[in-house]
Design a protein around this ligand. Sequence first.
Ligand SMILES: Nc1ncnc2c1ncn2[C@@H]1O[C@H](COP(=O)(O)OP(=O)(O)OP(=O)(O)O)[C@@H](O)[C@H]1O
Length: 749
Amino acid sequence: MSDLSGDRAAEQAHLDVVYGRLDAIVAAAERQLTAIRRTGSVGTPQARSERDAMSTTLEFRLAQLRNVQDRLCFGRLDLRGGERHHIGRIGLSDDHQDKLLVDWRAPVAAPFYQATPAAPGEVIRRRHLTTSGREVVHLDDEVLDLEAIDDDERATLQGEGALMAAVRAPRTGRMGDIVATIQAEQDRIVRDELAGVLVVQGGPGTGKTAVALHRAAYLLFTYRQRLERSGVLVVGPGPLFLRYIEQVLPSLGESGVVMATPGSLFPGVEASTDDGDDVAQVKGDLRMVEVLANAVRDRQRLPDEDLELRVGSHRLTLTRSAVAAARARARSTGAAHNAARVTFVKDMLRHLAGQLAQQMGQTLSDELRQELDADLRDSRDVRVNLNLLWMPLTPQRFLQDLFATPVRIASAGDALSAAERARLERDRDQPFTLSDVPLLDEVAELVGDDGEAGRVEGRQRAQERAAELEYAKDVLGMTGLVDPQAPGIGAEMLANQFAEMGPALSVAERAEADRSWAFGHLVVDEAQELTPMMWRLLSRRCPARSWTVVGDLAQRGTVGGASSWAEALQPVAAGRWRERELSVSYRTPGRVLRVADAMARANGLPVTAVESVREGEVDPAVRERAPGDGQAVVEVVASLLTASEEGTIAVVAPLAEVPELARVLEDQWPGQVGDAKRTALTVRVSVLAPEQVKGLEFDDVVVVEPAAVVSASRRGLSDLYVALSRPTRRLVVLHSEPLPAGMDDLVRW
Ligand SMILES: Nc1ncnc2c1ncn2[C@@H]1O[C@H](COP(=O)(O)OP(=O)(O)OP(=O)(O)O)[C@@H](O)[C@H]1O
């Protein structure tokens, strides 16, 4: 084995300098924080508020610097002409402004990911540094231009690829960053331009999620000013998935991103279950746009005949034709239902005031009109009837009423068949489902959940905010301690404090609560699942259409999801999207992936072809059991736990069997077993249904009763495909029913 000790010593010396610099920055921040805290609450209100702002910023910055400490420096790039750059999570310079560490997102660092022996550019050598704590434990060199390196140096090449070490490492239950080993095809996606819709299609384990998150970090770094103000929204399939990925961006120094699931995208509603396939399909269909628009128009009623109203001792007539005229005028404003109602009511009141004045024998002056308006508004008859004609609506109430009233569905639902209309019916008090979320959003657009006044105020606030932010950045710059362009939302936090907005709200917090917030960039994971109605909702969250959309059409589970990206995106981003593919699986070993592929192909499920980066060490195995035999699962899990001390195990079983299996396993290994609601991911063994493992991965996966998974729903086949492609190490199948086609090649357990 060649000796790298000299090189390692040199790298260690550099690493010591880098950590020394980081420590100095941290110490300076801590000193400043202590000094500020010591000053306490003396001084003018303005001085106090500036001190509060400063201390919040410093606390935030300290947390951020601690987040990036682990594997702070992971690479070195040697260029022709002798230039060298150390690459790390953040950029650091010494007192003379000489670069000690280049941020991985900076343009200078790009060749670290992109240079290949065929196209080395200026790169002679790429070096991966493996560190443990603050110690260099391993160097791994790739020489891209052998000619440029002398014989002595050539002899020092050694080591297992950093990539292989990373993909083979036991999983912790939480996704880690891949910043040290991003591959060229991935990096091109990470650094792709901000504008437009970038679709990333790729089979299981090709790094779509990882790439999407690193791209978010890259965009925040490169377009910090723009995106810090508007925010980035990341949408992932479910709460468990969000927990799985939540540490990735902070470890890259970015924590101001809003994470949401499709069920939480309408503020105030948290939908966790979905309707059955048939219902979900209708609700996800674009024909619902017309149905809902009709249903809202139906709530702008025309009476069958003239209405008699009592106002004090007077009797007034609301003629059908006057209502029709007022309704037409209100509709012609183009405003949403609630805002247009103002026009309608004004018109009606004018009409009634005219009659009232006439009965009183008076001419209708402006002054008199105001008086009569007040009388009319006080009249119960007037209020009730105007409400019946044009009721103010909230999206929630409206949708509950609509689905609970078959005649309303019938009146609005011409676009649907009678059978489809019937599928929409349900009791008023049922909780909202995932499929209801985009419908609520559509209705909110139609009825207008925030008045025009609110919007104007919002715009003003946004402008004030921009000014505050500029000021905050100046302040940050003046402290000399932190680089205003550096990772994080320091200036944001500071601006919040200056604005004296009460509790400091970050962009993320404000955006989360505001349905009409326009994000600067949107990342959508597992995007193949989204229905056309959900795409419409997302278009509103980021109207600029600066999106990163990742998914695998072959893993589509929902019946309303897209069968092609063109089908999904044409209605919402026609002509504005581009597609890239990822073709190498970094998760699933070749021998496991072939089982998943063979099963899919044998059952007519289209699969995305991928090469696995490694073959894996253990053959997928199968074992028979008696129906419902939990003990067989216990035995398999026991031997997996014995086989390796580290790593995570998932037992993936049909939903109905999950609670019992979780109980049996928990009895056996108290405190070490979790499910989707409880501690899954943080314990060694998780018991989950196939639809819950989308996007996740585990070292070992035990798939229980694959045939039952397939027959459980229309999405069963793709659920099974997803489950089979989750392991990073070992796959075991347990069954009593005959195995689905294509799975007969497994070795006996
Ligand atoms: N360049 C890389 N270096 C090291 N590990 C990588 C790399 N790319 C991906 N991985 C790892 O491969 C695994 C799969 O990545 P990820 O979950 O992003 O894939 P995916 O395409 O979203 O998968 P799926 O569609 O099956 O959910 C993760 O553990 C990720 O960290």
